[in-house]
Design a protein around this ligand. Structure first.
Ligand code: PMV
Length: 324
């Protein structure tokens, strides 16, 4: 008997080369490729059950029922799966995330990756990794990068069919870590869906996009050659370029707090003193400090000394989304 139920687990990821701006907002087709690292130890676990008795899709996140736009976004993914599998049933979606929201790690990547994998399996479809990555992309662009494992590249592609993520190296390839300096746990003012739409209003966005293939190439090579010096320079440049675009759009988005800049400056000073560490900042004020795992404790201790840093979350390199 078909049970129409499956549970999947996916990690969030931190982008080294950022995705910012869509050329098709509905399909979430990006204006540039991106590269990221999955974050081990942090995860979303989601169960999808298609049930003949349900009149509507139901969504429960960390024990709380979600309706409105959040549910609609999830139903959009379920609808793609229902049509592909020929299943008429609505679904119950139960999701749990083990890291605090508002801690500077986007839960939408792990959430939509786990949802896509669980929904495809619950419907009995035998889809390839790239097909599941494409589906996750439609929920949240960065979610497509949480389907493959380790160090991952989202190839922007020419359309829906070839815009998906692939692993460029497994987690064991390079013992890196992400120490997240939390400087504010308040919810961000402007979410990334809205932010992507504002990207073209900055006169700097076209230059950022035009230069993306060069940054991707440097980042890819730095990962393959485990070259921390090149990686540091390119991820800091890429993060600064994205924030320059954010700050110069209309309306301008300022995600940084004073402590954000304090951490960024400290990381550069530590590097001058010989510590291997580099910063990258997403659509929020918290700073992700990338370092070799051997430097994690030193980085954590130093971060905790900076006024305004309230918490440090740590993660190593995570594997692919998987059935649970
Ligand atoms: O996947 P979204 O729509 O939440 O966008 C992610 C945007 C950034 O986190 C700022 C960059 C990235 O590539 O993850």
């Amino acid at each position: 008997m078909t049970r129409y139920t499956a549970t999947a687990l996916a990690h969030p990821n931190i982008a080294f080369i950022k995705y910012w701006g869509n050329r098709d907002a509905a399909l979430r087709l990006p204006v540039n490729g991106s590269i990221s690292m999955n974050l081990e130890g942090l995860f979303t676990r989601t169960t999808v059950s298609f049930q003949p008795s349900l009149a509507f899709d139901e969504l429960v996140i960390n024990g709380r029922e979600v309706t409105g736009p959040g549910l609609e976004r999830v139903s959009g993914i379920l609808e793609v799966v229902r049509q592909a599998a020929g299943i008429p049933f609505r679904a119950e979606v139960l999701s749990e995330t083990n890291f605090p929201t508002g801690a500077g790690i986007a839960s939408s990547a792990s959430a939509f990756a786990a949802l896509a994998l669980a929904a495809v399996k619950a419907a009995g479809l035998s889809w390839s990794e790239s097909a599941i990555s494409r589906l996750a992309r439609r929920g949240s662009g960065s979610a497509c990068r949480s389907i493959p494992g380790g160090f991952v590249e989202w190839q922007m592609g020419a359309g829906d069919d070839d815009s998906f993520a692939v692993s460029i190296a497994p987690p064991s390839h390079w013992d890196l870590a992400d120490c997240v300096a939390v400087v504010s746990s308040g919810h961000k003012a402007t979410g990334s869906t809205e932010g992507h739409a504002l990207a073209p209003t900055s006169p700097l966005q076209s230059a950022r996009v035009a230069d993306a293939p060069r940054r991707l190439e440097i980042c890819r090579r730095a990962i393959l050659e485990r070259d921390f010096g090149s990686l540091s320079a390119i991820i800091e440049l890429d993060s600064d370029m994205m924030h320059a675009v954010m700050m110069t759009g209309q309306p301008a988005l300022f995600y940084w707090k004073p402590a954000t800049l304090a951490v960024m400056e400290a990381v550069r000073a530590w590097r001058r003193d010989g510590l291997q560490a580099a910063y990258t900042v997403d659509a929020g004020p918290n700073v992700h400090v990338i370092c070799p795992q051997s430097e994690m404790d030193a980085v954590t201790t130093l971060l905790r000394e900076i006024p305004g840093v309230t918490q440090v979350l740590r993660a190593t390199v995570g594997g692919p989304a998987r059935l649970f």
